[in-house]
Design a protein around this ligand. Structure first.
Ligand code: CA
Length: 239
């Protein structure tokens, strides 16, 4: 599994340096921000797997960043651990209410923080433990970069692979073309929404290529939702 990327949002340079050192030692990649504005930009640019969020920041408090993240489908699922001071008891409750996943009270030991980070990552990304995403007999192996249907390898391009990875990780939910662009291509990449249609068509064709040997036509799991976009749903067995 590739190293996880963490975003450290902390305005005190000494604490930020200490965190970066400890987290890098533990094998994480780190990005850093010292205020909410920069943090929000970094979240969109860097797509961190988890955010460590200090409470008191120069341009506001952590709540504001959490609220912004929860408003956007591309960022709402990023887990957040709040770093709070002992005298900020109230902030923990409010943070958890608006969607923070955990908190650590300063001063904390790096070991404790790393244990919390690992626990939260396992909870937030259960598929990463095996590296595989599945839907019935369709299986995507992120580590081996291979897609199989009933054990038969299908021929798939790199963009279609990422697209399928996204859909398999978010089954049963409809996404607009713009949301799909944000998730699969990145928020700061400007492409026409038509790009999604082109790759969905290729993905369907790849998924349908072995359908003749199977009871399920997986190309039909990737459904067009009129007026919205696309959804990947578990196949319904046809009689
Ligand atoms: Ca602070």
């Amino acid at each position: 599994m590739a190293a996880r990327k963490l975003l450290i949002v902390e305005d005190e340079v000494a604490i930020r340096d200490m965190l970066r050192g400890a987290l890098q030692m533990a094998g994480f990649h780190c990005a850093e921000a010292g205020d909410i504005h920069k943090a929000h930009v970094m979240v969109l640019d860097e797509k961190p797997d988890l955010i460590l969020l200090d409470w008191m920041l120069p341009d506001g408090n952590g709540l504001e960043l959490i609220r912004r993240l929860k408003r956007e489908s591309a960022t709402e699922q990023i887990p957040v651990i709040m770093l709070t001071a002992r005298n900020e008891e109230d902030s923990k409750v409010r943070g958890l209410e608006v969607g923070a996943d955990d908190y650590v009270t300063k001063p904390f030991s790096p070991r404790e923080l790393i244990a919390r980070i690992n626990a939260l990552l396992r909870r937030a990304y259960p598929e990463a433990a095996s590296g595989c995403l599945e839907c019935a007999a369709l299986r995507l192996d992120s580590n081996g970069h291979v897609v199989t249907i009933q054990g038969q390898v299908i021929d798939i391009g790199p963009t279609e692979f990422r697209l399928l990875e996204f859909f398999l990780g978010h089954q049963g939910r409809a996404y607009t073309r713009s949301q799909i662009l944000d998730h699969v291509w990145g928020s700061n990449v400007y492409l026409e929404e038509r790009t999604v249609d082109v790759h969905v068509k290729r993905l369907r064709s790849a998924l349908g290529s072995v359908a003749a040997n199977n009871e399920i036509d997986y190309s039909r799991c990737l459904q067009t939702i009129r007026g919205t976009g696309y959804r990947f749903s578990k196949p319904v067995m046809e009689l």
